[in-house]
Each structure stands twice: as structure tokens, then as C-alpha cells.
Design a binder for this molecule. Structure first.
Ligand code: ADP
Ligand code: MG
Length: 143
């Protein structure tokens, strides 16, 4: 299996619920290595740009409002098979449909406020990582 990178965001609900530490611990226990991390607050423009693929969807306005409603924590994570394994760790978009034990099943309130983002492909992981981090903010290794 190839070593891959994925971009996650601990969303504003995760930060508001004081779950940064708990969720990050679960991510690390699952074998993901943190290559970049910051606490930041997205503007509506930045949130809308990140989710531009969804701009025609009925929930886009709500999504932009939510993602810009408070601080969030983007991270670049690395692991073998990171894209698929991270999606498995967080569970389905709708927490009501997420498998027991997944991060969204444990902590999310709704399909909109679902605690974490995870990239859906290696290519999008690269694009999304670059959306939040300059090359100089990504560590070469964690040793
Ligand atoms: P995922 O985050 O699991 O990849 P999507 O890419 O389909 O899910 O959607 C991006 C984000 O948009 C979701 O994580 C969620 O915050 C929001 N979202 C998706 N579907 C809905 C919906 N039906 N109603 C409200 N918000 C939604
Ligand atoms: Mg998605």
C-alpha cells in the first residue's frame, strides 16, 4: 500500500465542544502522522472556496456559515492508504448512518455539523493540503 496524505479539518463544532484533543488522539492512535497543523478561522470566502464543488447544492449557504462560524483546525495527515483509512475512521457524512465507533458516530450532531472533514482522493488531498498550508509549513518527517 502506498503512503498517502489527506487533509482533515477539525470543524468549528469540534473546537466548540472542546474535542480537539480527543479527536486528535483518536487520529494519532489510528496511525496517522501529523505533517502540518494550525488553528484558524475561515472567512466565508475561504470556506466557500474550499467547498466550491458543492456550490450548487441546497446546503451550500448553511455549510459556508457553519465552517466560518468559529475556529477550526486543518491538518495534513500521512499514513499508508490514508485517504480510505481516514474516511473509515470518521464514518459516513450523516452521523446517523456512521458506523459505531467512528468519529462522526461518537461526536457529530447532524449531517451538516459533523466534526471532521476528510479528503476523498489522493489528488484532492494534495489540492486541499495546499489550500491551507504553504510548503514551508509542512514538515518533511516527524522523527
Ligand atoms: P463528506 O464531508 O463526508 O465528504 P460531502 O463532501 O458530501 O461529505 O459534503 C461536504 C460537507 O457538506 C459535509 O461534511 C457536511 O458538513 C455538509 N453537508 C453534506 N450534505 C449535507 C446536507 N444534506 N445538509 C447539510 N449539510 C451537508
Ligand atoms: Mg467530501
Amino acid at each position: 500500500m502506498a503512503v498517502e496524505r489527506t487533509l482533515t479539518i477539525l470543524k468549528p463544532d469540534c473546537v466548540r465542544k472542546n474535542l480537539i484533543g480527543t479527536v486528535t488522539a483518536q487520529i494519532q492512535e489510528a496511525g496517522f502522522s501529523i505533517k502540518a497543523l494550525k488553528l484558524t478561522r475561515l472567512t466565508k470566502e475561504t470556506a466557500g472556496g474550499f467547498y466550491a464543488v458543492h456550490k450548487e447544492r441546497p446546503f451550500f449557504g448553511e455549510l459556508v456559515e457553519f465552517m466560518s462560524s468559529g475556529p477550526c483546525v486543518p491538518m495534513i495527515l500521512e499514513k499508508e492508504n490514508a485517504i480510505e483509512d481516514f474516511r473509515a475512521l470518521i464514518g459516513a457524512t450523516n452521523p446517523a448512518e456512521a458506523e459505531e465507533g467512528t468519529i462522526r458516530a461518537q461526536f457529530a450532531d447532524s449531517v451538516g455539523e459533523n466534526i471532521v472533514h476528510g479528503s476523498d482522493s489522493v489528488e484532492n488531498g494534495k489540492i486541499e493540503g495546499a489550500y491551507f498550508f504553504a510548503e514551508s509549513e509542512v514538515v518533511a518527517n516527524n522523527s
